[in-house]
Design a protein around this ligand. Structure first.
Ligand code: GSH
Length: 222
C-alpha cells in the first residue's frame, strides 16, 4: 500500500514540510496531495481529517493527522524510518526539544512565518522580546547539540529532531537572522539536503500567494 500525504502549500506550510521530509528522508514512497490553504481546493481537507489541518497521512482509508502521530504511526510499521537517537540521554534531549517545538515557539511562528521563497532581512532587535528569546533558545539548543554530538545533525546522525527543526532553519534563511556559528552550521546542513532543495524549488513555482504572510514585514518595517 502506497501512502498518500495530504499537504498544504509547500511555500507556507511548515508542518507539511516536516511530514514530507520525514517520509522522503526515510526513503518511503508516497503520493502527494496538495491542498493550498485559503483556496477552494482546501475545502477537501474535511474528506481526510476531522481536525481540518495538514499534514494528513492516508494509509489506505486510515487517516493519521498531526506530525507527531505520523512519525509514530509510520515508525511502528517501518522500523527503518528515521526515529530518535538510541542513546537514552540523546533520545531524552531529542524528544524534549521536538516537544518544545510542537507546543511552543509561538513568537517565531507568528513573527517569522514560513515563506521559503521570500527573503526579508530582519534585525533580531526589531522583533518582540519574546520572539528574540525564542530565537536565542533555538540557537542555544542547536549549539549545545553540536557541542555534545559533533554535528552535522543535532544528534550526530539524522533523526526526527532534525526534521522538526528544518522549517525553523529555513525561516532563519528567509528572514536572514544572524546566528552564532553552530546554529548557522545546522541551517547550512538543512539547506544542503537534496530533499529540502527539491521542496524549495517547488515552493518557488507555486502559483498561490498568501498575502498576509507576504506582507507581514511591510507592516513591521513601515
Ligand atoms: N500540530 C499540527 C499542526 C498542523 C497545522 O497547524 N497545520 C496548518 C498548516 S502548517 C494548517 O493546517 N492550517 C490550516 C488551518 O488552521 O485551518 C501538526 O503537527 O501537524
Amino acid at each position: 500500500m502506497v501512502f498518500r500525504l495530504i499537504i498544504g502549500n509547500k511555500n507556507y506550510s511548515s508542518w507539511s514540510l516536516r511530514a514530507w521530509l520525514f517520509l522522503t528522508e526515510s526513503g518511503l514512497s508516497f503520493e502527494e496531495v496538495r491542498l493550498p490553504l485559503f483556496t477552494d481546493a482546501w475545502q477537501q481537507i474535511s474528506q481526510y481529517s476531522p481536525a481540518k489541518r495538514v499534514p494528513v497521512l492516508m494509509d489506505g482509508d486510515i487517516a493519521v493527522w498531526d506530525t507527531s502521530a505520523i512519525y509514530g504511526y509510520v515508525r511502528a510499521q517501518y522500523t527503518n524510518a528515521f526515529g530518535w537517537p538510541t542513546d537514552p540521554r540523546a533520545q531524552a534531549t531529542a524528544r524534549s526539544i521536538a516537544a518544545e517545538m510542537h507546543s511552543g515557539f509561538f513568537g517565531i511562528r507568528e513573527q517569522l512565518p514560513q515563506n521559503i521563497r521570500a527573503r526579508v532581512p530582519l534585525e533580531r532587535t526589531t522583533l518582540k522580546p519574546s520572539t528574540q528569546q525564542e530565537i536565542s533558545r533555538v540557537e542555544q539548543m542547536w549549539a549545545q547539540a553540536y557541542q555534545t554530538y559533533g554535528g552535522p545533525w543535532l544528534f550526530g546522525d539524522f533523526s526526527i529532531a532534525d526534521v522538526v527543526y528544518a522549517p525553523v532553519a529555513l525561516r532563519f534563511v528567509t528572514y536572514q537572522i544572524q546566528l552564532a556559528s553552530e546554529a548557522q552550521a545546522f541551517v547550512s546542513a538543512i539547506q544542503a539536503l537534496h530533499s529540502v532543495q527539491a521542496w524549495a524549488q517547488a515552493s518557488a513555482v507555486e502559483p498561490e500567494a498568501i498575502r498576509f504572510i507576504d506582507q507581514l514585514h511591510l507592516a513591521v518595517d513601515g
